[in-house]
Ligand binder design. Structure first.
Ligand code: 4GY
Length: 245
């Protein structure tokens, strides 16, 4: 999958070529990243990319023309790609959105800075507006990297042969189960016996029950969206009763 990112700070994306799933995917061609700096499309002697807001007020607004020109160049280089603007005003992303993103031919991600972008871009050049959460960051670069990370791990081959993203939490609508590793006991805290049993069926049931139970405890809103089969309903009931005992 091709990602084109429009950003005033392209050097921030160097972190993606470091190590890990995203770096391997970029290195192996599973994903590709192209960076476009609006300053390269800014006109005039001072190559301005921002200016004061009409109506007054603090800060600066990113100018229409350099961004529109950068978006047009990215669209020409990535036919069929959709343009997504990352901002707190967008629709909040969840795992299903990332799954939908992963099936697209490519994405052009616009990373805003300052007080934001000229609103007319949303009507003329931008296809979607997305938020990674209800808080305000200094720029759209980290949100763009968050989207890239969440999408790339869903691409075939990105996680390697040993596992697939479908085992990730939220992929099945639930929070993840607890994880343990060596030693079996530390500070008086033991690993749950079932995980030491070698009974893979019992381990899988325990993990499913823990995912159901933790989602019930911490994110009942997610559970409310799910339809549990009879076995899952029983697992959850047993979890709840064990807690109330
Ligand atoms: N939250 C977010 N989700 O996606 N982006 C977010 C953000 O906080 N972005 C920074 C703002 C800063 C001012 C310009 C526009 C982007």
């Amino acid at each position: 999958m091709r990602f084109d990112v429009i950003t005033l700070f392209p050097e921030q994306f160097r972190i993606l070529s470091g190590e890990g799933v995203v770096a391997r995917a970029l290195g192996s061609g599973i994903a590709e990243l192209h960076l476009w700096n609006p300053r390269d499309f800014a006109l005039g002697a001072h190559r301005r990319v921002d200016d004061r807001p009409y109506g007054g007020g603090p800060g600066m607004v990113m100018l229409f023309e350099p961004l529109a020109a950068a978006i047009a160049a990215a669209r020409a280089a990535s036919p069929g790609a959709q343009v997504a603007y990352l901002s707190p005003q967008g629709r909040t992303l969840d795992q299903q959105a990332m799954i939908d993103f992963a099936s697209a031919p490519g994405w052009i991600l616009l990373a805003g800075r300052y007080e934001g972008i000229d609103e007319r871009l949303l009507a003329s050049c931008i296809d979607q507006e997305w938020s990674i959460g209800d808080y305000v960051l200094s720029g759209g670069e980290l949100p763009a990297m968050v989207v890239m990370d969440a999408v790339i791990r869903l691409l075939p081959g990105a996680l390697g042969h040993e596992r697939s993203a479908c085992e990730d939490s939220h992929m099945n609508g639930l929070l993840d189960c607890p994880h343990f590793s060596r030693p079996e006991q530390i500070d008086g805290l033991r690993v749950p016996e079932v995980l030491l049993s070698g009974d893979h069926g019992a381990i899988a049931r325990w993990r499913r029950q823990q995912a159901l139970g933790r989602t019930w405890l911490r994110r009942p809103d997610l559970l409310a969206k799910m339809t549990l089969d009879n076995d899952e309903q029983q697992l959850l009931q047993d979890f709840i009763q064990a807690r109330q005992a």
